[in-house]
Ligand binder design. Structure first.
Ligand code: NI
Length: 136
């Protein structure tokens, strides 16, 4: 079993706000991310796939194909967008790093070539804060 990681970036705006709560509670729980007029993050996305090495190519999969899948099904939908308003696959979800990572998992899985499995979505919202999602 070999693991292959592709690193991508996107920039997006969001706010974290639970409408069932008072402004004070939102401020307490979400801090600056509750700012009513949005704010942005430079997201770092690392997508790791796993499988067996193809003996003819020496590759797990063509990394250009992996990059294209990430671009087409993830980054084109998220880059320079408002995660609360613009992204159909995030509708109805609070766009926390956790929820965005899980949504990215589901965007990628159906498009991987046969024999290649998604292993991990690693999403960093800032250089110091990120999440890992392994599909469970
Ligand atoms: Ni934020």
């Amino acid at each position: 079993m070999i693991y292959l990681t592709r690193h991508e970036h996107f920039n997006a705006a969001h706010k974290l706000y639970n409408t069932n709560w008072s402004p004070e509670k939102n401020e307490e729980v979400f801090g600056k991310c509750a700012n009513a007029n949005w704010h942005g993050h430079n997201y770092d996305l690392m997508v790791t796939v796993k499988g067996e090495i193809n003996q003819e190519t020496g590759f797990l999969m063509d990394v250009k194909v992996l990059s294209k899948i990430i671009q087409e099904y993830v980054c084109e939908h998220l880059d320079h967008r408002n995660l609360n308003l613009d992204v159909p696959f995030l509708q109805g979800k609070l766009p926390s790093t956790e929820n965005v990572a899980v949504a990215i998992w589901h965007q990628i899985v159906p498009h991987l070539p046969e024999g290649v499995k998604l292993h991990r979505i690693r999403l960093y919202e800032t250089p110091r804060i990120g999440v890992d999602y392994y599909g469970e």
